[in-house]
Design a binder for this molecule. Structure first.
Ligand SMILES: *[C@@H]1O[C@H](CO)[C@@H](O)[C@H](O)[C@H]1NC(C)=O
Ligand SMILES: *[C@@H]1O[C@H](CO)[C@@H](O)[C@H](O)[C@H]1NC(C)=O
Ligand SMILES: *[C@@H]1O[C@H](CO)[C@@H](O)[C@H](O)[C@H]1NC(C)=O
Ligand SMILES: *[C@@H]1O[C@H](CO)[C@@H](O)[C@H](O)[C@H]1NC(C)=O
Ligand SMILES: *[C@@H]1O[C@H](CO)[C@@H](O)[C@H](O)[C@H]1NC(C)=O
Ligand SMILES: *[C@@H]1O[C@H](CO)[C@@H](O)[C@H](O)[C@H]1NC(C)=O
Ligand SMILES: *[C@@H]1O[C@H](CO)[C@@H](O)[C@H](O)[C@H]1NC(C)=O
Ligand SMILES: *[C@@H]1O[C@H](CO)[C@@H](O)[C@H](O)[C@H]1NC(C)=O
Ligand SMILES: *[C@@H]1O[C@H](CO)[C@@H](O)[C@H](O)[C@H]1NC(C)=O
Ligand SMILES: *[C@@H]1O[C@H](CO)[C@@H](O)[C@H](O)[C@H]1NC(C)=O
Length: 633
């Protein structure tokens, strides 16, 4: 940092003095301007930042029209000598470290001043009410980002050319003069972040800022209703009234402001809900209504604001779901809906928004699957916390999603109870009917079973040949390691299964013996019955009950039939099989181990009653539990 070299100012002074003497000469003015623009460019060199105080000698540049020393490190107070620059049109001392009060007489003789910029210094004290007494051409005032205090002088309102008034980020206080709302050229009205500014807005008729584009009063102490006079400011682009104490609904007149790009009303006492007509603001890029106590649903119409990139609606009492029309808000970069009562699921399309980097949905009643990809791949748990129904996103330690559809999840318990009761009652009735039927059937079987008619007649080999069509291939029901099983039609008209053993195998003969022995000893509804045997020197066959409905294995794995094996059917089969096994194990003087219980050995009769078959490798245990091995292991 270097101080402003005095010789430089003196050189400049001589240059300016030697130029055209006529103050009205436009060519002379241009020369001044050109020289000073060069001066400005040199001073703006970031490697040669000017420091120290502004030398009072600058005040000797009587004909200076343009002075810009912005963005340096100039400190100390503003010299009153600057007030001698009576021809000055532009004064730019912004972004320095100037301190102290703005000299009350600084602008007293600057009749031609059009712009003054003192933004971003450490200026303090009050703004003198006389400061603007003789500056009728002033169109630009920026005193923002300083430490100015006291009231806003009402004399500002009498500057007929004023277009820009920036007094924000100071400590100004008191009432904003009502006359400020009656300025025909004002475009920028920035009084935000002073903290203690307040005041009453004029009525619609007295509120006249026809050229207004930017209206910012945020972080102050305004009360009452929003200034409805703004409705007539048709060029408005920015309205920022957040962080005051307004008590009002979101005004419907806002919908008239078709150029609006930014609207911020949050941190006030908002009442009611968002008017659907707000969707008419199709130029809006930022909408902030946080902390407002708003209720109702978020209107679908907000989806019409297709330029929206910033939408903050947190800390209200919005209900309903996130509108599906938000799918059109593809420019969204920041979306905050935290602390509401929003329900439903998180829309998947949010993961597709390429600009979306800030998302906060915490503390709602959202549920269901957290979408994947896009903004969700970078999200922290802070953005989704407080939604008990959310699932998925294992990275954020939410519980995994169940298969059922998320929207029914919460309703499930409501109808689960009656359904359960109904199911239990239904099962009870079915079991009762089934048992009744079984008892009836057993009675019937005992007396009229056609198989019992056969008795124990010896059956001839010839009859078997006849029954099986000479053991035709077409009659084969199945084959096992010990032989083949044929379907046969006996001369009595009875259809039977004929198990013919392969006499080449020693084991087959043993198996025949065992099976004969077991089946001779047993008689149970759920065991296959041996009807007869045929045994010659080189042929042995068992004539068994024919089971027309195949085996359990076929039913489970190969059945093409439309017949559905439901819960009750399965239960019935299990009961049948277990009763057969219980009979073999306990209800018999010899304990019989089947040793080969599998679905292919469970066969069904025409009523789908299960029968356990194939005792070829069964074992018999005597009562003293010493095993009699009657078969190979
Ligand atoms: C400013 O002008 C006043 C008189 O108008 C004079 O007394 C004073 O010295 C001048 N200051 C400078 C720095 O030229
Ligand atoms: C002006 O003040 C605001 C609020 O303190 C701050 O955010 C902003 O950065 C400041 N601007 C400059 C240029 O210092
Ligand atoms: C506002 O005024 C109150 C009391 O007058 C004062 O305590 C407070 O510091 C002021 N706030 C600001 C930001 O000036
Ligand atoms: C608004 O300002 C004009 C002059 O610019 C003045 O004639 C008029 O009376 C003012 N209106 C109010 C309500 O102060
Ligand atoms: C002021 O204007 C707004 C918007 O046009 C309107 O809603 C309101 O009723 C008006 N107020 C009065 C007092 O005329
Ligand atoms: C806003 O849009 C609705 C249709 O959505 C229309 O009926 C209404 O006239 C519009 N209002 C304004 C002020 O443009
Ligand atoms: C929002 O949810 C909270 C907590 O569940 C409840 O106290 C409040 O009444 C709800 N508000 C609305 C408007 O439903
Ligand atoms: C997201 O984008 C992908 C590919 O661009 C598309 O297939 C998918 O349907 C989009 N999802 C949603 C919810 O819009
Ligand atoms: C996630 O974060 C990484 C690094 O912070 C960044 O490069 C990437 O673009 C982000 N992805 C999304 C979808 O925001
Ligand atoms: C989301 O909002 C909640 C509540 O204000 C806050 O606790 C949390 O830190 C926010 N999350 C992010 C990622 O900003």
């Amino acid at each position: 940092p270097t101080p402003i070299p005095i010789f430089f100012i003196l050189t400049l002074l001589s240059v300016l003095s030697s130029s055209s003497p006529s103050p009205t000469s436009s060519s002379g003015g241009d020369t001044d301007l050109a020289t000073l623009l060069a001066f400005k460019a040199q001073l703006a060199d970031p490697l040669r930042v000017l420091a120290g105080s502004i030398p009072p000698e600058l005040g000797r540049l009587h004909r200076l029209k343009y002075l810009r020393l912005s963005g340096n490190s100039l400190s100390s107070i503003m010299p009153t000598a600057l007030g001698n620059l009576t021809r000055l049109e532009f004064l730019g001392l912004d972004l320095n470290q100037l301190s102290g009060q703005i000299p009350p007489e600084l602008l007293l003789h600057m009749h031609n001043l059009r712009k003054i910029n003192l933004f971003g210094n450490d200026l303090s004290g009050q703004i003198s009410p006389y400061l603007f007494n003789n500056t009728p051409s002033l169109s630009y005032i920026s005193f923002g980002n300083n430490s100015l205090s006291g009231p806003i002088p009402h004399t500002i309102a009498s500057l007929p050319m004023l277009q820009v008034l920036n007094l924000q980020v100071n400590q100004l206080s008191g009432l904003v003069p009502q006359a400020l709302y009656n300025m025909s050229r004002l475009q920028i009205f920035a009084l935000a972040a002073n903290g203690n500014l307040s005041g009453i807005f004029p009525t619609n008729q007295s509120f006249s800022l026809p050229m207004l584009q930017f209206f910012s009063l945020f972080r102050n102490s305004f009360t009452g209703r929003f200034p409805s006079g703004l409705a007539s400011c048709q060029y408005l682009k920015v309205i920022s009234l957040s962080r005051n104490s307004f008590v009002d609904a979101v005004p419907t007149w806002l919908a008239k402001l078709s150029h609006l790009e930014k609207l911020s009303l949050g941190f006030n006492s908002l009442v009611g809900s968002i008017p659907a007509t707000l969707g008419n603001l199709t130029s809006l890029a930022a909408l902030e209504l946080s902390n407002g106590n708003l209720e109702g649903e978020i209107p679908q119409e907000l989806g019409l604001m297709q330029k929206l990139s910033y939408l903050h609606l947190g800390y209200n009492q919005f209900t309903g779901s996130i509108p599906g029309t938000f799918e059109k808000l593809k420019s969204l970069a920041s979306l905050d809906l935290s602390f509401n009562n929003l329900s439903g699921s998180i829309p998947k399309f949010l993961a597709n928004f390429t600009y979306l980097t800030i998302l906060n949905l915490s503390f709602n009643k959202l549920e269901g699957q957290i979408p994947e990809g896009g903004v969700f791949s970078n999200l922290t748990v802070q953005s989704l916390i407080g939604n008990a129904g959310l699932c998925g996103a294992p990275r954020l330690r939410f519980s995994p999603c169940l298969d059922r559809s998320p929207s029914t999840a919460i309703h499930l318990p409501l109808f689960l109870l009656p359904t359960l009761i109904l199911a239990v009652v239904a099962i009870a009735i079915c079991v009762y009917l089934w048992l009744k039927k079984k008892i009836k059937k057993e009675g019937y079987n005992a007396s009229l079973n056609p198989t019992s008619v056969i008795g124990h007649e010896i059956i001839s080999y010839r009859e078997l040949i006849h029954a099986t069509n000479n053991f035709s291939e077409h009659n084969i029901l199945g084959s096992g390691s010990f032989g083949k099983v044929y379907k046969g039609l006996l001369s009595s008209g009875l259809v039977v299964a004929i198990k013919v053993l392969d006499m080449q195998l020693e084991q087959a003969i043993q198996s025949f013996d065992i099976e004969c022995r077991v089946l001779r000893m047993t008689r149970h509804r759920n065991l296959i019955k041996v009807l007869n045997t045929c045994s010659t020197h080189d042929f042995r066959a068992l004539v068994l009950e024919y089971m027309p409905n195949g085996s359990l294995e076929t039913l489970l794995h190969y059945s093409q039939s439309t017949q559905h094996l439901g819960f009750l059917e399965r239960l019935g089969i299990m009961l049948d099989v277990s009763m057969a096994i219980e009979y073999l194990h306990h209800d018999h003087y010899e304990l019989i181990l089947h040793c080969d219980l599998k679905p292919s050995n469970v066969l069904f009769d025409e009523e789908m009653t299960a029968h356990v078959a194939d005792f070829g490798i069964a074992r018999l245990l005597l009562e003293d539990n010493s095993m009699v091995s009657v078969s190979m292991p």
